[in-house]
Structures are given as structure tokens and as C-alpha cells.
Design a protein around this ligand. Structure first.
Ligand code: SAH
Length: 349
């Protein structure tokens, strides 16, 4: 009978120390192993060259390192790279590298599929299969950092949790992963360069504010009119806009960091003057800015009508109201790597 080996990255530093002393090793070895796992992203025990061969073999007999691997890589004409990332159980998520002149950003997934049901989003059609564990989130960052160095000659500069899934519905692993990514024993990246994007779960927004992680927060708003939001993002019936706003105000009070509202303008859906008015009224309640995102069609006719005039009206009215607004160009659209297009189209789940 073969017993299944345990993934060593499920152990924290203390667990590792306990294990090592129990097999007669010095406890400081735990820190060395921990660094190999979380800082240097080792893929095998043989990579751990400052450990004796005997210890490496012993570890290999009991543990595995279940690294996520790039299974499929697609390059867009604009430089964006989409990775189909295979997890240890064969499930796939997608992670995207987005280069600009000054940055390289990793767009990272937090769940396989998604627990929410936004009508305009391709990932929502997959349903949630499972949450990613801490190592699976960190692996995406490590592999995109490697790609960034290989293809663009510079390290990864930013991370956005805007891939597959709702990060707040995988809260504990999200927070642990951010800690691993930002500590010196881990990836050592500045938390200020990380953005968590959420559809808006008030309780979790407050909890994240309390963690004092220094990350940025983006809220996928799309409309500030309650009934419309409930229609296009049905889960949001449970989370009224007033409650979301209260949690955003709490976020700002605790972190001092402005909120970014993400917003698509759809012809026939939210392109009227009343929509713009509602958005301005909403934004004014908390220090914030608005990113108008270009919609990437997913074959749901309802959302396919771009209204450029309305977009321009949004920009001028928001500016008049003193609210910062940016129009975000879509990236990676030709390979379905853009926002809301991550749905494993090329790979069977
Ligand atoms: N669940 C999180 C993070 C993933 S989605 C959230 O909702 O914030 C990242 C962003 O892409 C969100 O703002 C989402 O509303 C938006 N989005 C979803 N589908 C899209 C599409 N087809 N085109 C453009 N943006 C889309």
C-alpha cells in the first residue's frame, strides 16, 4: 500500500521545526527549507542545495512539493501573456501577465471557477469548483515573475487579484498568500503594489481592512442603482449598496487608501443620465476614483453594445464633479485573456 505524501507547503514554519527536530535535525534547517519553498520557489528537494543529501532524501520520502505548472501559454499581439496553469489535481486556472512601458502586472486567480454569478462574466459560467490554496496562489505570482524576467527583462511589479474567482470568498488563503508574497522570508514584494478586486462582500471588506496589509482595494460596481445591480450581479441582492458603502468607508478610515470603482458602460443598460448621477452620488461618499473598463464580449448579446458617447459623458460628468476617472484599454482580447474572459476556453476542465 502506498501512503499519499503530504504537500510540504501545507506546513507552517513551526510545523516544519517540529518535524525536523523529531527526526534529529537542527531546527534552523526549517527556516532554510521555508525559504526554498516560499522565497526561491523550489520545485524539488534536490534544488535545496544547502541541505545534506540525506535530509533531502528523507524529506522527499514523506513530502511532495505540488507546484502549479504552466500548461498552455498564449501570447497576445499587445504583449499580454495568458497562462493556463495546471494544478496538482489536474484542474486549471488562468493567470495573465500584462506588460506596459512602466509595469508588469500579474493578474492572478483565487478560485477555480467562481462562486458568484455576474451575468457579463465568462468565469461565472464555470461555477466554483474549489478554492485555490496558499501555495497555488503564490505559485502563479512566482511563475509570472519568472516570465516577466524572461520576456521583458524585469521583475514583476504589480499584482491584481482580478483573475478567476472572488478573492473574498477564499479569504483565509488570500490573506495568507498576500503575507507570503509580501514578507521578507517570502517573495518580498510591497503590499502597496497589490490590488484585491471584489464584487463587494461588506463583512469581508471590513475584515481585510483590519488585517492592516496595506494592499489596495477595487470594487466592481458597474452600476450604482440597486435594482440594476441585482439584475446583472444577482448575488448582490444579499449585499445592498448602502452596506457596501459603509464597508468602504470603514476601509478608508482604517487604511487611508482610496477605493477604485471598476465600471463597464453598456449601451441600453447603464448609459443614461440617471446612471451617471447615481455613480457620482455614490462615489462622493468615500475617497475614490473610477476606472472605466472596456467590456470584453463573451457572447452574451445583452452586454455587447458599446456606447462610446455615453462613456465620454461619464468621463466629462465625473470630471466636472471632481472625481478622478480613467479609461482603461482592454488588454489581451485577441487571446481571451482580458477581464471576464478567463474561462478555460482552450482547455477542458
Ligand atoms: N471577482 C472579483 C475579481 C475578478 S473580475 C471582482 O468581481 O472584482 C475582475 C474585473 O473584471 C471585475 O471588475 C469584473 O466585474 C470585470 N469583468 C468581468 N467580466 C468582464 C468582461 N467580460 N469585460 C470586462 N470586464 C469584466
Amino acid at each position: 500500500m502506498t501512503t499519499k505524501k503530504k504537500d510540504i507547503r501545507k506546513l507552517n514554519l513551526e510545523d516544519l521545526e517540529t518535524h525536523l527536530t523529531s527526526i534529529g535535525e537542527k531546527s534552523f534547517r526549517a527556516k532554510q527549507i521555508y525559504e526554498w519553498l516560499w522565497k526561491k520557489n523550489a520545485h524539488s528537494f534536490d534544488d535545496m542545495t544547502n541541505l545534506s543529501k540525506k535530509l533531502r532524501d528523507e524529506l522527499d520520502q514523506i513530502f511532495t512539493i505540488q507546484n502549479a505548472k504552466v500548461d498552455l501559454l498564449q501570447k497576445s499581439n499587445d504583449g499580454t501573456i495568458k497562462n493556463g496553469v495546471k494544478l496538482h489535481d489536474g484542474l486549471m486556472v488562468e493567470s495573465v501577465l500584462i506588460p506596459t512601458e512602466t509595469r508588469t502586472t500579474a493578474c492572478v486567480s483565487s478560485q477555480v471557477g467562481c462562486s458568484l454569478n455576474c451575468e457579463f462574466c465568462a468565469t461565472a459560467k464555470l461555477k466554483r469548483m474549489r478554492n485555490l490554496d496558499v501555495a497555488e496562489i503564490v505559485d502563479q505570482v512566482a511563475l509570472i515573475d519568472k516570465q516577466s524576467r524572461e520576456y521583458f527583462d524585469r521583475p514583476l511589479s504589480n499584482i491584481v487579484f482580478m483573475g478567476m474567482g472572488e478573492p473574498m470568498m477564499n479569504y483565509k488563503n488570500l490573506v495568507d498568500a498576500i503575507r507570503k508574497i509580501t514578507t521578507d522570508e517570502g517573495f518580498g514584494m510591497s503590499a502597496r503594489r497589490i490590488t484585491v478586486s471584489t464584487s463587494g462582500i461588506p463583512k469581508m471588506i471590513k475584515m481585510l481592512a483590519d488585517e492592516k496589509l496595506k494592499v489596495k482595494l477595487a470594487l466592481s460596481l458597474h452600476t450604482a442603482i440597486e435594482e440594476k445591480r441585482n439584475e446583472i450581479m444577482p448575488f448582490s441582492e444579499k449585499f445592498p449598496l448602502t452596506e457596501i458603502m459603509e464597508s468602504l468607508q470603514y476601509w478608508y478610515k482604517e487604511t487611508g487608501s482610496k477605493i477604485t470603482f471598476e465600471y463597464c458602460v453598456w449601451g441600453g443598460i447603464n448609459d443614461g443620465d440617471e446612471d451617471i448621477k447615481a455613480l457620482i452620488k455614490y462615489c462622493r461618499q468615500v475617497p475614490s476614483k473610477v476606472n472605466l473598463i472596456q467590456y470584453n464580449p463573451i457572447g452574451e448579446g445583452k452586454f455587447d453594445h458599446r456606447n462610446i458617447k455615453a462613456e465620454q459623458r461619464y468621463v466629462s460628468e465625473l470630471e466636472k464633479a471632481g472625481i478622478t476617472v480613467m479609461v482603461r484599454k482592454s488588454r489581451g482580447g485577441d487571446i481571451d485573456a482580458a477581464c471576464g474572459q478567463l474561462a478555460n476556453k482552450t482547455v477542458e476542465v
